[in-house]
Design a protein around this ligand. Sequence first.
Ligand code: MLT
Length: 275
Amino acid sequence: MDLHVRAGPAAGSGDTVVFLHGFPFDGSLWDDQLTALPDGWHGLAPDLRGFGRTPLGAGELPRGSDAPDAVARADEAVLPMDVLAADVARLIQERAGRAVICGLSMGGYVVFALRRQRPDLVRALILMDTRAAADSPEARQNRRRMAGTARSAGAEPIATTMIPSLLAPDTRQDRPDVVDRVREMIRATSPRTLIAAAAGMAARADSTPDLPEIDVPTLVVVGAEDTITPPDEARSMAAAIPNARVEVVEGAGHLASLERPAAANTLIASFLAGL
Ligand code: MLT
């Protein structure tokens, strides 16, 4: 799948950071980062398959099942993290050769899959508001519920339900522009993609056993008020990666780079300077 890609200034020169968005967003999640990378670096932020302006390509994807606990039904597509990672691997090969990969939440799940597939493409990692563990049974149950809502009522009620848990209270109160951007990205996601990605995330592998094998410099970033992937979990993840450090962004929830772009950009710039 050819991904729609947003590119920062000076694309094609210097070293590359590839930014992978979370669910259910698109590459514009990273607009504040693409324009703020330090000299010598440029950013690429694809719309992952099914999100933003990249089509789902449902014909190429596996199907769900009619089992009672399935998230996607037999006539619906499943979007495995491995497929998203293979798309990103092609992008890196074509546009960068090797890159620093920054993944937020679902983007982090894609980072883990990409590192298993093509460690040679990964120069360093930034894991933001994400986790290594697979879904718990309760999380899978929530995904089934969300898929049901997407099927019957589309993205609107999903935006309403998700926003309070995605954004820190201060962001919701003081940054209506951020709330609107998040709502628009969720609304723009098709029910087919919501269902397919929920099923793909529910089926993803546990990446915890991989953590001690990560042999590239790694920055773990988490919003202090992230309730979806909380700081304690980020600290444990960083502790299991040999060459990692963890940074907590005050005043941010699950979307640290969007909620507190200046703080996130400073952390990213200082990490890149050390490579
Ligand atoms: C995300 O932001 O990508 C989601 O919270 C990931 C998930 O639902 O596990």
